[in-house]
Ligand binder design. Structure first.
Ligand code: ITT
Length: 206
């Protein structure tokens, strides 16, 4: 049985590490639960993974393999993004790459202008999570979504990325306005991590 404190997060995004550890704090499982941030443990300079997949799951597998082989320990990766229905799923798997280098406020304003004449504001966040153990060659993936709509303006400072203009279904506040406890109850990331833990438990890996 692998203890959760021996698992690393295959990501360079500290917001994901923070959120996943907050999510794990509220799940009962096999002792201490805290994913480690790889770059706190090793120095590798610029470690850039070519996320050339066409789906969230493919990219989460690409990251899990790259980081797992780098550290030679079990890892969990997260590939996520926002898909807007009226824009044919844009920015989707390119959520991080869209207007790279610009602030998220600018990115969201630009998307709001693309939505100006669109009636349908429905959108969803997706998160694909992959567990990879390089020693045992075990790979498990799953995906989850949270559905909602794009607000008419950017609101709130909580969370990260596109949170301030996404209103989850059943709420009238954006993820940027809702407390982190609410986001962590219903988010794509929370659902994907919970699904992955269920898979890991069923496979007797945890
Ligand atoms: P790693 O690949 O190193 O994990 P990244 O930030 O590049 O870090 P992704 O390729 O998965 O990660 O891109 C995800 C982007 O989607 C992220 O940078 C945000 O812009 C957006 N995103 C994902 N989850 C989000 C969330 O919970 N809230 C807001 N935006 C989110």
């Amino acid at each position: 049985m692998k203890k959760m404190d021996e698992i690393y997060l295959a990501s360079s995004n500290k917001n994901k590490v923070r959120e996943i550890n907050e999510i794990l704090e509220n799940i009962e499982i096999n002792g201490s639960i805290n994913l480690k941030y790889i770059f706190d443990e090793i120095e590798v300079g610029d470690f850039d993974v070519d996320e050339c997949g066409e789906t969230f799951v493919e990219n989460s597998i690409i990251k899990a393999l790259a980081y797992g082989k780098l550290i030679n320990k079990p890892v969990i990766s997260d590939d996520s993004g926002l898909s807007i229905v009226a824009l044919d799923g844009f920015p989707g798997i390119n959520s991080a790459r869209f207007m790279k280098g610009e602030s998220y406020t600018k990115k969201m304003e630009s998307i709001l202008s693309l939505l100006k004449n669109k009636e349908d504001r429905s959108a969803f966040f997706a998160c694909a999570a992959t567990y990879y153990d390089p020693e045992k060659n075990i790979l498990l993936s799953c995906q989850a979504e949270v559905y909602g709509k794009i607000a008419y303006e950017v609101r709130g400072n909580n969370g990260f990325g596109y949170d301030p203009f996404f209103i989850p279904s059943g709420y009238n506040k954006t993820f940027g306005e809702l407390p982190k406890e609410s986001k962590n109850l219903i988010s794509h990331r929370a659902k994907a991590i919970k699904k992955l833990l269920i898979l890991l438990k069923s496979a007797k890996i945890l």
